[in-house]
Design a protein around this ligand. Structure first.
Ligand SMILES: *Cc1c(COP(=O)(O)O)cnc(C)c1O
Ligand SMILES: [Zn+2]
Length: 481
C-alpha cells in the first residue's frame, strides 16, 4: 500500500446503474445497463477498507508517492487506490498525463477580475487536453482485458468534439496491436488542429455531417450491436481516470479545500461528474475536511444542464436542447450523456456541503471568447473552454455568488493552440453570424506589415535592414539612446 512499492490493495469494482440500481461485475466491458439503458458509475465494493487508514495517513501516502520514480505511479495512478485499483502494474499505460500545474493569475488579472484565481492547465497533457486522464485509465483497463481474455482484435470507437478522438487515437497508437482506433467526428465542427491529431496518430477518421450529438447516437448504436469498445465518457472507466483532476488539485492545495471554488465547463458532463466524484471520495476518506464549491459553466448556445438547475428544486425536468455554434466547441453538446451522473452527484454534494456547494451558470459567446483573450493576454494558455470558466467566474461574481475571500480555480481543459482558429476569427472579424460575436478593438491583435516583397527585391541586404529599422522606429515610436 505504500509509496515506493506498487500498491497491494485491490478493489472490487462494480458497474452501478444510476437508473435501476442493478450492479454488474467490473471485469466485463459495459457502457449502459443491459436492463434499462441507464448510465453507469464504477464503485469499489471494498471502498470501506480504505478507511482503515486515517485521512492523514492517506495524505502521507500520496505525498510520498508524488516523489516516487515508479513510472506507473507518475500520472493518474498516483491515486491508485481511489482510481482503478484492479489494474496490474504491467498494464498501466502512462504517456505523461496528469500532474498538471496550477498557475496563479497575475496580480493584474486578479485585480481586474476582482477575485483570487488560478488556472489548472490541463492543456499540458500529452494530447493537450484533460481527456488524456480518462484515456490513460480506459486504456490501462482495456490492455488488461485484452491480456486476460486473449482478444485478438479490438476496435475502439468514439464520437468526439475533437479532443476525445485526439486522445483515444494517441493512446491506441501507443498500445498498438490488437487495439485499433476509429473516431467519428462531426464534419467541420472540430478545429483543424484537433483533426490533425487522430490523423497524425494513424487512426481511422470518419466524418459525418451534423453535430456531436448525431455522431454520439451512431457510436452508441454500434457499441450496442457490434464488437467495438466505446471510449466516450459514457464508458465509466474514463470517469475514474478524470477524477485525478480533483485529487491533484486537493494535493496542490495541501489538502485544504476551504475557501476554494472550482470552475468546470460542461459539455457531455463527464468532467464535472469526475471532479465531484473525486472530491466526494477524498471527503469520505477524510483526506480533505470539506468539499470545495463547484461551478459548472455552459454557453447560452448549449446549456441543458444550466436550464435544469435554474428550475425550482423538487419540480425540475430535464430536456435536451438544440445547440447553436459555439467557440466553446468542445462543450457544444445539447444532450449530455452524463447528465444522470451530475444529478446524482450534485445531490450528494449539496447534501454534504450545502446548496451553494454546487451551481451552474451560463455565459454568452462574446463573454467566452473575450475571457479567453483576457486570460491569455495576461500570461495564461487557456482554450475557449478555459475562457468559458473565466466568463463563468465573472458572471458568478456579478450575481454575488462568490465571496471576496474565496479563491477560484479554473479548468483550462485544453491548450489554447487547439482553438487558435476562433482567436483568428475574432481578430479578423470573420465569425459567421450564428456565433453572435462582434469583435472589439481592445482585444484585437494583428500582425503589422512593414516593407513589401517589392522592397525586398529592390533593396540590397544593408538597405533592406536599414529600411526595416526605420519602419520599426516609426511604428514603435522608438527614441535613440
Ligand atoms: C471534452 C471537453 C470539454 C467538455 O467536457 P465534458 O466532460 O464533455 O463535459 C471541455 N473542454 C474541452 C477542451 C474538452 O475537450
Ligand atoms: Zn439499469
Amino acid at each position: 500500500m505504500f509509496s515506493d512499492l506498487f500498491p497491494t490493495y485491490r478493489g472490487e469494482l462494480k458497474y452501478h446503474c444510476l437508473e435501476c440500481a442493478r450492479k454488474y461485475p467490473g471485469d466485463e466491458l459495459h457502457y449502459t445497463c443491459p436492463e434499462c439503458s441507464g448510465v453507469f458509475m464504477l464503485w469499489d465494493e471494498n471502498f470501506h477498507e480504505l478507511k482503515k487508514l486515517s485521512g492523514k495517513e492517506w495524505r502521507t501516502v500520496f505525498d510520498e508517492r508524488a516523489a516516487s520514480k515508479m513510472t506507473q505511479l507518475q500520472g493518474i495512478f498516483r491515486f491508485y487506490e481511489l482510481t482503478a485499483p484492479v489494474v496490474e502494474k504491467e498494464d498501466i499505460v502512462y504517456l505523461g498525463e496528469g500532474n498538471t500545474p496550477v498557475i496563479q493569475s497575475s496580480p493584474k488579472l486578479q485585480k481586474l477580475v476582482g477575485q483570487n484565481m488560478a488556472f489548472k492547465n490541463d492543456g499540458q497533457n500529452p494530447s493537450a487536453s484533460f481527456k488524456d486522464r480518462g484515456m490513460a485509465c480506459a486504456f490501462s483497463y482495456l490492455k488488461q482485458l485484452v491480456r486476460k481474455k486473449n482478444w485478438d482484435q479490438v476496435l475502439t470507437i468514439c464520437a468526439s468534439t475533437g479532443d476525445t478522438s485526439a486522445s483515444a487515437a494517441l493512446y491506441a497508437a501507443y498500445v498498438g496491436d490488437p487495439i485499433k482506433s476509429v473516431v467519428l467526428l462531426p464534419q467541420g465542427k472540430v478545429t483543424s488542429q484537433q483533426l490533425s491529431q487522430p490523423l497524425g496518430s494513424g487512426a481511422v477518421v470518419i466524418e459525418l455531417p451534423g453535430v456531436f450529438d448525431d455522431c454520439m447516437r451512431v457510436v452508441e448504436y454500434l457499441a450496442d450491436n457490434f464488437r467495438v469498445a466505446l471510449l466516450n465518457s459514457k464508458n465509466p472507466w474514463r470517469i475514474l481516470g478524470q477524477e485525478s483532476y480533483a485529487f491533484e488539485l486537493a494535493q496542490w492545495c495541501c489538502w485544504d479545500m476551504s475557501g476554494r471554488v472550482v470552475f468546470v465547463p460542461i459539455g457531455n458532463a463527464g468532467n464535472i461528474t469526475a471532479v465531484m466524484s473525486g472530491f466526494l471520495k477524498l471527503r469520505d476518506l477524510e483526506i480533505i475536511d470539506g468539499l470545495p464549491r463547484i461551478f459548472g459553466v455552459q454557453s447560452t448556445h448549449a446549456d441543458p444542464v444550466y436550464r435544469y438547475y435554474r428550475q425550482t428544486p423538487g419540480s425540475r425536468s430535464y430536456a435536451p436542447v438544440d445547440v447553436s455554434p459555439s467557440v466553446a466547441q468542445a462543450a457544444m453538446i445539447g444532450n449530455p450523456v452524463s447528465f444522470p451522473r451530475v444529478r446524482e452527484l450534485a445531490d450528494r454534494y449539496q447534501r454534504e456541503q450545502g446548496t451553494d456547494a454546487f451551481n451552474v451558470v451560463h455565459v454568452e459567446e462574446q463573454q467566452i471568447i473575450e475571457a479567453m483573450l483576457l486570460a491569455n493576454q495576461n500570461g495564461h494558455i487557456a482554450c475557449t473552454q478555459g475562457g468559458e470558466c473565466l466568463a463563468g467566474l465573472m458572471q458568478a461574481r456579478e450575481q454575488g455568488l462568490l465571496d471576496a475571500s474565496e479563491t477560484a480555480i479554473l479548468d483550462a481543459t485544453a491548450h489554447a493552440l487547439k482553438f487558435s482558429g476562433f482567436q483568428e476569427m475574432y481578430f479578423k472579424n470573420s465569425f459567421p453570424r450564428g456565433y453572435e460575436i462582434i469583435p472589439r478593438e481592445e482585444y484585437i491583435n494583428q500582425p503589422q506589415r512593414v516593407l513589401s516583397e517589392e522592397d525586398k527585391e529592390r533593396l540590397s541586404k544593408e538597405e533592406f535592414t536599414r529600411a526595416a529599422v526605420e519602419e520599426m522606429v516609426r511604428v514603435l515610436g522608438l527614441q535613440g539612446n
